[in-house]
Write a protein that binds this ligand. Structure first.
Ligand code: B3K
Ligand code: ZN
Length: 881
């Protein structure tokens, strides 16, 4: 475990290395507990660097067994070595030499899952961000680009499959049942993109011919017996390859593209050049074991990792501060891909919900940081919603500001200029400035400044003068270590909707630049006058969520209702109804805290019924519209002094009101949507299932009857319907015979499939109420559970802490105490997973005082431990600061 040293890394300290390593040859002789790694580095001193400059290589828990310079063993007085550093002085005068480094690794013992490790008897690697230094001593930083040749040797019986980056150039048999393979990757790459996989795996193979006629062999490797479940991932891969050619003009460049699914993985997947390694959760799917959400995630993540081949691999990051250069941009690309493959409006709503649920609390809490941070203590803690999701929104805003044509030209220029380089955000923005002739200097603040900007809006209409006036005021809230903020350039898409529901053509506009329906807010205050507006329009703001901001706009409920029915922008139509729900829930929350019963505006309840039955809208869209804001959404809008029992009660009350008002209508709609004989994972079929399952929830709550869900559970022919019914039974009818029966059936049916049992853990961990902490504790002794497997930990412990507001935030603090104990137990094996878990406590200051004190105690109990990892100490100390 890498212990915390307190060292802080700063963007302004960046300087290029003294040495280059243009070539690297790696030789692995694999064995579970004693793998020998021979690294041969071709080193060149950079021009202008002093002759006596030493070469300082990074390591992490390494054991050096041999060191040679130009083939000669180096005497011990010529170098200094420790597990985390190798320093060599007195180097050849001409500055060119060959260094041979031999290290010995114990992959079977590596539970941090960084570097070379074993997952179900398969050797695999994870090197991003700093895992390569756990394999050999190296200049382990993203601006160090080398051409890799990798030889892998292993027993054929244990590891018939030997894979690395690039193209296979040689393979053969050796004595004693051993064999080897040599892989060569002609594209210079940073060490974080190195990968190796060796083991006994099954596979499916396919092919793709690129636009310029290059034939690429595609392979997906999975555990034996699971091959059929990789078919959807393969289909998604081929669609991604085609889409990137069509939309971004990007072709694949090697002869092979391989994907390997492993069951122990710290995150979703990894874009290693030509050899993507995936968490098996994001590869394996069929109708019996995966939900529609799983299918959509697989499609998106396969695409994301594939798209990294250009945005991340061909053009990589100069340093880790530039992480959003590859991640934000690649998320934007995968969002666009999914929007094109599925429904754009539905996709956009889902993206915004994720952004608000994950990035807004980060931006508004103690862990806030800019999309491009300026300092870090542990880089693994910066793979955040801000870098990824807000980073994607920033790329999207560039497109909104420039328009599709200039955006594409800017991207092309970026690819042309920086192919083969390690680039920066400045390089990226410059490509768009040069392609468009626009000045993006104010816009660049989106990368540099943390915090969610807010726009306060007031409007007035002067009938006689036919003038509509919008007053806009921007503010950016202070965030940790950034109290003063500069004014941002916010592209605000809008429409003025007339009585007939159509947008009004506006005449002259004064007070801000308006282009193609986008108002450019750049100053603190704008008074925007629209001329020629005869009737008072209803204004629809931030259409399509053109900017990741909050709005303070006291829009009349009847105007919101009007937009919920008529807004031509489907995102904003959803938003209007969602805003009405949120406002109603906040009112109910305050009522509950004041001991009042909740009453809801009948017009709002009626609108829920109208939306449900609106045949003009896709089922998937209706499902999203009918999904009430989550308890966390309500809490975020309220902001402080949160009592999670009251947010839960408010949401329940509105659910019951809507369910009871539309019981029969929803039941018959539910029945009408039934009847898809054969399973199809496509967006339209998934949408029907989504709507059906939202309706089933309303029907169940309204009738206070487990029977409809129990019937669906028993008759389900796919995982989406089965899991949805199980969730209703376990959450709404906990302890009932039906719920117990369904949980037992599910457990038995999937007893040999840990990935599916994750859903079973998750459903139980999210059951509302004070008793769940005990259930979670006892599920930790289930035979399928393991603290060593990140998927298990995230399903049971992670979802309990992030998605169970009442259970986790139990008033007596037991949820937090239990959680702190488990975080520390996980940390012993896997600091990265523990640190990620611990972020669940980031919003502790918004709780009511009693819970706040209990959450703080739990955080302090973690911070009090001696010898914490840098990962966990960084998160806990920033959260408490
Ligand atoms: N680049 C990886 C994430 C690596 C995380 C390291 N802590 C997957 C991705 O974003 O595509
Ligand atoms: Zn990525």
């Amino acid at each position: 475990m890498r212990r915390d040293t307190g060292q802080i890394f700063r963007l302004e300290d960046y300087r290029p290395t003294d040495f280059l390593i243009p070539e690297l040859k790696l030789d692995f002789v694999l064995s579970p507990d004693a793998t020998k790694v021979t690294a041969e580095l071709t080193v060149e001193r950079r021009e202008g660097v002093a002759e006596d400059a030493p070469l300082v290589l990074d390591g992490d828990e390494l054991r050096l067994t041999e060191l040679l310079l130009d083939g000669e063993a180096l005497p011990v007085e010529r170098y200094e070595v420790s597990p985390d550093r190798l320093t060599i002085g007195a180097l050849p005068k001409n500055g060119k030499f060959r260094l041979t480094i031999v290290t010995e690794l114990n992959p079977a013992d590596n539970e941090a899952l960084m570097g070379l490790y074993r997952s179900s008897d398969v050797y695999c690697t994870q090197c991003e961000a700093e895992g390569f230094r756990r394999i050999t001593y190296f200049l382990d930083r993203p601006d160090m680009l080398s051409v890799y040749t990798v030889r892998i040797e292993a027993g054929r019986g244990q590891a018939p499959i030997l894979l690395s980056n690039g193209n296979l150039v040689e393979s053969g048999e050796l004595d004693g049942g051993r064999h080897y393979a040599v892989w060569h990757d002609p594209f210079p790459k940073p060490s974080y993109l190195f990968a190796l996989v060796a083991g006994d795996l099954g596979s499916i193979k396919d092919g793709f011919t690129t636009a310029s006629g290059k034939k690429v062999e595609l392979g997906i490797y999975v555990e034996h017996g699971k091959e059929a479940r990789a078919a959807y991932a393969m289909d998604a891969l081929k669609r991604s390859m085609k889409w990137d050619e069509e939309v971004f003009g990007r072709e694949y460049d090697l002869d092979v593209f391989n994907i390997v699914a492993v069951s122990d993985f710290n995150m979703g997947a990894m874009e290693n050049k030509g050899l993507n390694i995936f968490n098996d959760k994001y590869v394996l799917a069929d109708e019996d074991t995966a939900t529609d959400v799983d299918f959509a995630n697989i499609e998106a993540i396969i695409a994301h990792e594939y798209f990294h081949n250009w945005t991340g691999n061909r053009i990589t990051c100069r340093d880790w501060f530039q992480l959003c250069l590859k991640e934000g941009l690649t998320v934007y690309r995968d969002h666009e891909f999914s929007a094109d493959q599925r429904s754009r409006a539905v996709k956009r709503i889902a993206e915004v919900r994720t952004l608000r649920a994950q990035q807004f609390p980060e931006d508004q809490g103690p862990l806030a940081h800019p999309v491009r941070p300026r300092r870090y203590r542990e880089i693994n803690n910066f793979y955040t919603a801000t870098v990824y999701e807000k980073g994607s929104e920033v790329a999207r805003m560039i497109r909104t500001i420039l328009g599709g044509e200039l955006f594409r030209q800017g991207m092309n220029l970026y690819f042309e200029r920086h192919d083969g380089e390690a680039a920066t955000i400045e390089d990226f923005l410059k490509a768009f400035e040069d392609a468009s002739g626009r000045d993006l200097s104010q816009f660049a603040l989106w990368y540099h400044q943390a915090g969610t900007p807010n726009l306060t809006i007031t409007t007035s209409h002067d009938k006689a003068a036919k003038e509509f006036v919008m007053e806009i005021e921007q503010s950016v809230p202070p965030t940790p270590s950034e109290s003063r903020k500069r004014l941002m350039h916010i592209p605000l898409s809008f429409g003025l909707v007339g009585k007939d529901g159509n947008d009004i053509e506006v005449g002259a506009v004064d007070g801000a630049t308006v282009e193609d329906g986008v108002l450019h807010v750049r100053k603190r205050k704008h008074t925007v006058r629209f001329e020629g507006v005869a009737e008072r329009p209803v204004v629809s703001l931030n259409r399509g969520f053109s900017a990741p901001i909050t709005l303070s706009f006291a829009q009349k409920p009847q105007d919101l209702l009007f937009l919920a029915r008529h807004d031509g922008d489907l995102f904003s139509r959803w938003q209007a109804l969602n805003t009405l729900f949120t406002e109603a829930l906040i009112k109910a929350f305050r009522g509950i805290r004041g001991q009042k019963t909740s009453e809801f505006d009948p017009a709002l309840v009626e609108q829920a019924g109208l939306t449900a039955a609106d045949g003009e809208l896709e089922p998937a869209y209706r499902a999203l519209a009918l999904t009430l804001p989550s308890e966390a959404d309500i809490a975020r809008e309220i902001g402080s002094n949160i009592d999670p029992d009251a947010t839960f009660a408010a949401r329940e009350a509105l659910s019951i009101a809507i369910g009871k008002a539309h019981g029969e209508k929803f039941s018959s709609l539910y029945r009408e949507l039934d009847g898809c004989a054969s399973f199809n994972p496509d967006a339209a079929s998934a949408g029907r299932r989504a709507l059906r399952n939202v309706l089933l929830d309303y029907v169940s709550v309204a009738g206070d009857d487990p029977e409809p869900a129990a019937r669906q559970f028993a008759g389900a022919t796919n995982m989406t319907d089965r899991a949805a019914a199980l969730m209703i039974l376990a959450h709404r009818f906990a302890g009932s015979t039906e719920a117990k029966q369904a949980l037992a059936d599910f457990e038995e049916r999937y007893s040999d499939n840990p990935l599916v049992l994750d859903k079973w853990f998750q459903i139980q961990a999210t059951a509302p109420g004070a008793g769940t902490v005990d259930v979670v504790r006892s599920l930790m002794s289930h035979k399928a559970f393991s603290l060593a497997n990140p998927n298990r930990v995230r399903s049971l412990i992670g979802t309990f802490a992030t998605a169970n507001q009442t259970g986790f935030n139990r008033a007596d603090g037991e949820g937090y105490r239990f959680f702190a104990e488990i975080v520390l137990a996980v940390e012993k094996r896997n600091p990265q997973v523990a640190a990620r878990l611990a972020t669940a406590l980031r919003s502790w200051r918004s709780l009511e005082p009693v819970r706040q004190a209990a959450a703080r105690e739990a955080l302090l109990s973690i911070a009090a431990q001696p010898d914490l990892s840098s990962d966990l100490r960084d998160i806990v100390e920033r959260t408490l600061a």
